[in-house]
Design a protein around this ligand. Sequence first.
Ligand code: PEP
Length: 247
Amino acid sequence: MLWVGTSWKMNGTIDFAREYAWRLMAADASQWEGIQAFIIPPATALDAVRGVLGDNGPILLGAQNAHWEDSGAWTGEVSVPQVADAGAQMVEVGHSERRQHFGDSDEVVNLKVRAIIGHGLRPVLCIGEPAEVFEAGRSIEYITAQADSALQGVDPSSVILAYEPIWAIGEHGREPRRSDLVRAFAALGERYSSDVTAVVYGGSVNAGNAADLLTIPGVEGLFVGRAAWRVPGYLEILRIASRSLRA
Ligand code: PEP
């Protein structure tokens, strides 16, 4: 099985999210046979999206962040039990934007991973190196250090490990060539594949490159941003992923 999901960052209203979920649920799921789909809307839309997807539906629901404490004097934060209460089954953690703008250090990421797993949710653990580390040929040591630190003291079996090179993600990202990723995925596969649920790739994934990315040994799914922020874009990538299983 491949895991193919999308996180919307700080985009979308509740109405948008509900409509997105309705359209996904209305689509013929046989198009993405063999794929575990998941969507990660903003926290404000979790409950509404859960109302459409259901608690045991074919599409999993995730939150983009959660604090490591269950409750308390942490103004502005939401906890793992709170996002679970709103319907989240997964929680994204360690995204480079959180690390860069919100001080999510390796230590914080580990605390969050522990809390997510401790509450029975599934972490979508993002790791990724900046351009200068990639250019210096040090990607593997950088990302394995991030992953090892994040996974310290936990049973990693429920983790979706998302390799998202910082130079490849978002509007300013450079679309990777297959050759940019092969060595990293060989290393990640060897080190983590048998311990975690899946090792997936994220960063400028689109309908044009998804099939090629899925041929990289060790890639067990895709984590998609912009190209899946509209339902047709996400459905197209789900179909491509499903076809790749039969190729
Ligand atoms: C991301 O920011 O994590 C991401 C994968 O985005 P995009 O697909 O838009 O590069």
